[in-house]
Design a protein around this ligand. Sequence first.
Ligand code: SF4
Length: 450
Amino acid sequence: MTEPLSARPSATPIRPSACPGLLRIVPALDGGICRIKLPGGVLSAEQAMVVASAAEGFASGVIEATNRGNLQIRGIGADHDGLIASLLDAGLGPSNPASDDVRNLMLSPTAGIDPQQLLDVRPLAGQILHSLEHHPRFHELSPKFALSLDGGEGLAMLEHPHDLWLSPLQVDGQTLLGFGFAGCPATDSPVAAVAPDAAHALVVAVLETFLNLARPEHARMRDLLKEVPVARFIEHVAARSPQRLVIDHKVTDWRRAPTRSFAHIGTYAQATAGIMAVGAGVPLGRLRPSMLREAARLAIAFGDGQLCMTPWQSLMLRNVPAGHSVTVMEGLSQAGLLVDAAQSLSKIVACTGSAACAKGLADTKADALHLAALLQENAISRAVHLSGCARSCAAAHVMPVTLLAASPGRYDLYFRHAEMSGFGDLHARDLTIEAVGALLTADSRSNTDD
Ligand code: SF4
């Protein structure tokens, strides 16, 4: 049943945001944008069909895969209520309308089925999401406030900064969940750890402590920690929560092992022998309704009837018998998805750009397609991010190569540098896409780093 639209939150939020939500359609140059937050990135094949139909029926047919494992419908026309009702009817809304914005918990797409995992984090994720939805105090969090929960999977996005991140480690034969603030397990060590069965209470204590100490202008944990030292924040958390925090050098010196790059594209062996996950990149993060429908059809025919959207702006079909994985890959490829990480386009991301964003200085999507074609001619595959302005909406972390728009068709080129902030080392200014293609081709032939 459709939840009454009058149930939409109406009170002025303490930390307002211009971000789209399912119940808050925000305008852009190409029409409205609606963001559909998916628990763990998962939606059923039937829900995917509804999203495809809603994008055609109420909007221009553009569906976006976000870098938090969610979906967006763009180009929405005047009938906002019709679109929202169709999505709510499909069960794609929050169970509590006031909580739509704060359901920001990122998981691995192979959580619970990964051969390398130390923990199946799905039950804990369910507890955390339930608290985010039903603890009224948590609705004061900014829509940008986000958590990540890593189970030690071999396929995990470790580089996206989160306000609170949790990652498992083993100490003296015991598995603990380390956690940190305003960072990520790829580059930071935990500040402390707890036993897994105490992790839900820990998360609640951290969020309550944040809300108690933060002023309305503190939207993110990093804002608060500029004024409150981490050690003092931890003291407040410890005082609120019954669980024992382990603060020991075995925890605070630990660092998460990296995962294999681009393992989200192609086949990925699950923990159960003979069962695969099959991943495919969404070209420049945009799905046509036909692509989503075909992926859904394949999930019903060969998988578990679900799709999982990933933080790499890709999708994954899970629980596919190995004997069917080639058929699924072929089907996804024929639908226009990217199943080969060596394809140049599969490593390129681009923001909305000037075609649909007023802040954009260049048509990043069109330029990205042009660049991908130039690199493909030379069999070069580089991880490149094209950004229409310095806000960097398309990439939550700094990518090896960033092209920052300077004017239509022209970009400043940066190479990531571990000791430099921002996009890294400014290598050249005001390049055409042809010049970028030539430079990256020459650079790739003299340098195998990526
Ligand atoms: S990075 Fe800038 S141009 Fe690109 S979508 Fe974001 S605000 Fe718009």
